[in-house]
Write a protein of this length. Structure first.
Ligand code: ADP
Length: 247
């Protein structure tokens, strides 16, 4: 579904992503795990076509910057980018029209209900608290129901109810065969939500592990993460030979 080949992104002399290659098969939920500054957001922004980079990225074989690819990819950015002069309802309407969605009224009201924004429908973007902005950001990303969904640190700033709802949405998308790439630096927040975890550090993919492999090894994701990132008792049995290719 998603193929990244030899992606390198530099900001001046700082290499944010260094020769990254990975693949996420159709219908898998992949977690991108890594400390702050690992390059997770840069990888996501490259996939969505927001940055210039070296290398190739394809979505179902289509160039990621093509309009066909953009139609099947959704992105929930780390920081909500809302319009101060549009209300919550108008934001949803704007996305529905941009994606040319049909019969979206029920989906809009279900999402706003789930994320407790129904009574905020008439509030403007700049009247929302940070948490509400993040909830609206999530609703906007989920509204078009894309086949590949990228979420950059989606749990940050959410209250417990919204975290529960988001996990329910993620579970539901997995059941419907959607492909997901979710970045986080908080290991606990993603437990049970993934089929594959890709660990990034200092701009490189350090390891990729499938849930079944990790379960077989008897290790927790946390133990595995620290083994990989702090080189503690690194065990070759759960690390891919080239350490960089998922899929
Ligand atoms: P993560 O999402 O894992 O926290 P980022 O992709 O945001 O990591 O950042 C990777 C590296 O790239 C960091 O060293 C960060 O400082 C740098 N970086 C990110 N965005 C920019 C930018 N717009 N300009 C310059 N450097 C950036």
């Amino acid at each position: 579904m998603l193929t990244v080949s030899h992606l390198t992104k530099k900001y001046g002399r700082n290499v944010a992503c260094r020769d990254i290659s990975l693949e996420i098969p159709e219908g898998e939920a992949a977690i991108l795990l890594g400390p702050n500054g690992a390059g997770k957001s840069t990888l996501m922004k490259s996939v969505i076509g927001l940055l210039k980079y070296e290398g190739q990225i394809t979505v179902r074989g289509l160039n990621n910057k093509s309009s066909e690819a953009k139609r099947i990819v959704g992105y929930i950015p780390e920081l909500p980018a809302l319009y101060p002069n549009l209300t919550v309802s108008e934001h949803m309407e704007f996305i529905a029209r941009a994606y040319k969605l049909a019969n979206y009224a029920d989906r809009v009201s279900d999402l706003l209900d789930a994320f407790e924004l129904t009574d905020k429908k008439k509030k403007f973007g700049d009247e929302l608290s940070k948490g509400m902005q993040q909830k609206l950001n999530i609703c906007l990303g989920l509204l078009p129901d894309p086949d590949l969904v990228l979420m950059d640190e989606p749990m940050v700033g959410l209250d417990p109810h919204a975290i529960k709802e988001l996990k329910r949405e993620i579970d539901e998308m997995r059941n419907r065969g959607k492909t997901l790439l979710i970045s986080t630096h908080i290991i606990d927040s993603v437990d049970m939500l993934w089929d594959r975890t890709i660990i990034m550090q200092s701009g490189s993919v350090m390891a990729c592990v499938e849930r079944s492999e990790l379960e077989k090894s008897g290790k927790s994701l946390e133990d595995y993460f620290f083994e990989v990132t702090e080189n503690r008792n690194a065990d070759a049995s759960t690390r891919p030979a080239d350490g960089a290719t998922a899929g």
